[in-house]
Ligand binder design. Structure first.
Ligand code: PEP
Ligand code: MN
Length: 264
């Protein structure tokens, strides 16, 4: 099934690219990024305001203030916004500002959060738990459906393995598996899946080629000074290049999705 967020539709005719910083850091940072990604062809804006950090010393996000800045940047650029909600207690607040609620990797198994997020009626971006199987992820989605909300987009964001060359291991085959298992749109997050800026474009191309319904990409005006996830964030120029890199694949994707191409 397809999932609508404003005028965007996941799982339908369009390949949806969501882009923006890991975290909202300032008014200027989020506005500049929103303008740059919109101009390059992104269809939605991302930006964390309540940040789930592994280290207590890491930047925790701007909280409610960041939500307001994100919503404003979305309004000014015409992009719907997605941001993470970390607890059931935050759902009402985040749903007031966000067009789509993100449930992060560290929260995929939080049943109270899944129930509250589902009850908000907002569309949900459900990220794969870093140690979750595809079946467990499908069950988390099913739980939200049971709570009355079928508007769910799944996101493969890499899983923990013995590999250390990348931040996580991108389980690209999860894309068709989850699509078949759940009937829901599935997007890929090459930023968190690799943790390495240079690997984002190759993984993004693989995602389009395997039939993903979209991408979520971290972009920052000055990645080396980002308060979180700078090493995996693209500059504006690199994001423009990425959009160019996926273009030929997106063309084939679109022909296939719309039944124009009989050869595959
Ligand atoms: C994020 O999208 O910034 C994030 C924290 O992702 P994940 O939950 O996949 O780690
Ligand atoms: Mn991040």
């Amino acid at each position: 099934m397809s999932v609508r967020v404003g005028k965007i539709e996941f799982g339908a005719a369009d390949f949806v690219v969501i882009a923006g910083p890991c975290a909202v850091e300032s008014e200027r940072q989020i506005l500049r990024t929103a303008e740059a990604v919109a101009e390059a062809g992104a269809k939605m804006l991302r930006g964390g305001s309540f940040k789930p950090r592994t280290s207590p010393y890491a930047f925790q996000g701007l909280g409610a203030e960041g939500l307001k800045l994100l919503a404003r940047a979305g309004r000014e650029t015409g992009l719907p916004v997605v941001t993470e909600v970390m607890s059931d207690m935050q759902v009402d607040l985040v749903a007031e500002y966000a067009d789509m609620l993100q449930i992060g990797s560290r929260s995929m198994g939080n049943e109270a959060l899944l129930a509250a997020a589902a009850a908000s009626g907002r569309p949900i971006l459900l990220k794969r738990g870093m140690s979750a199987t595809v079946e467990e992820m499908a069950e988390a989605a099913e739980s939200m459906r049971q709570h009355g909300n079928p508007r769910i987009v799944l996101c493969e964001r890499g899983i923990r393995t013995f590999g250390t060359a990348t931040r996580n291991t991108c389980d690209i085959v999860a894309v068709p598996l989850l699509q078949r298992l759940t009937g829901l749109p599935v997007i890929v997050d090459p930023s968190h899946a690799t943790g390495v800026r240079e690997l984002i474009s190759p993984v993004a191309r693989a995602a389009v080629a395997i039939g993903a319904d979209g991408l979520i990409i971290e972009v920052h005006p000055d990645p080396d000074r980002a308060l979180s996830d700078g090493a995996q964030s693209l500059t504006f120029q690199q994001f423009r290049e990425l959009m160019g890199d996926i273009q030929p694949f997106a063309g084939i994707w679109s022909e296939r999705r719309n039944g124009v191409c009989a050869c595959v």
